[in-house]
Design a protein around this ligand. Sequence first.
Ligand SMILES: [Cu+2]
Length: 274
Amino acid sequence: MKRVIALGAAGLATIVAIGVAVGAAGAAGGTPVLPDVIEEVPSHLQIQNTQQRQWLRFTTTHINIGAGNLQIRGGGQISPCDIDGIHYEQCTVATQEILDASGNVVDTQPAGVALFHPEHNHWHQSAVAEFKITASPTPTAPPVNGIEGEKITFCFVDVEFAGFGDKVVGADKKGKPRTYFECNGDFQGLASGWADSYHQSTPLQELDVTGLPSGVYYLTHLADPDDHWRESNETNNFTWVKFELSRTGANPEVTVLDHSPCVPSVICGFGGNP
Ligand SMILES: [Cu+2]
C-alpha cells in the first residue's frame, strides 16, 4: 500500500518549492559515501491488555552499518499535513543529504516528510519502518490482523555505538563520532556505526492483536518501506520474528519460536535479546 501524504493546501506550494531548491543545490563534489540502515530482529515480545484491547509490544533498533551517515534536513517551512490518515499540525519536507568522505553534501534526494509528533513531543521522519503481523516471512505478505501495513514514524538520533555487524561494540568507534543529538525538525540523522533503540514500552511499539486467533504468526519489520533513502545496500531492510499466540489461559501469551538469520549484516541482541 502506498503511503498517502496530504500537506495543507496553503503550505504545499511553498514547501514543494523549498524542496526543489534544496534538491537543486547539491550536485558537484566527491564520491558519495552511503548509509545502510538495517533493523535488528524485534525483541521483548509481550502482550499488553488495556481497555479491552490486546497489544503485541516489541523492542526495535535501527542500526546504520553503512560507511556513511544517514543525514536528513527539514525544509524550514512548516504546514499541517495528513499521513496515513493521521493529521499533524506541523510538518515540513525532508531531504536526505548524501555526503562524501569529508562530510560535504554531494547530492540530495526527497525523503518524505518530517512531522512534530505530539505523543513523543519531538520531530519524526515519515515511513521509517513498517510493522506487520503476517502468516509468512516476506515483506509483501498481507497482514493477518486486518491492520494494513502500519508505517511507523520515528526520530533519528545517535543513541548507542553498535559497531558493524559483529557486535564488537566499540571496536570501530574511533573515527565514527556521535553526530546527531536531537529530534528536531531541521536536522536529524543516524551516523555510521550508531544505533537508535525503541523499547517496547514506547508508544507505537505495538500492534493490535485483539481477536487474532491462537496460532503461529510472523512479526515483520521493514526499514524504509517507501525507499526514501539512498543506501549502499537496499536489500537488507527486512527482519522477522516467528511467534506463537496462545489463548488457553485467561490472558493471551506469546512465545518466540524463531527469527530471521543474524547474518553479518543483521545484528541480533544488540538493543535487546531476541
Ligand atoms: Cu519519537
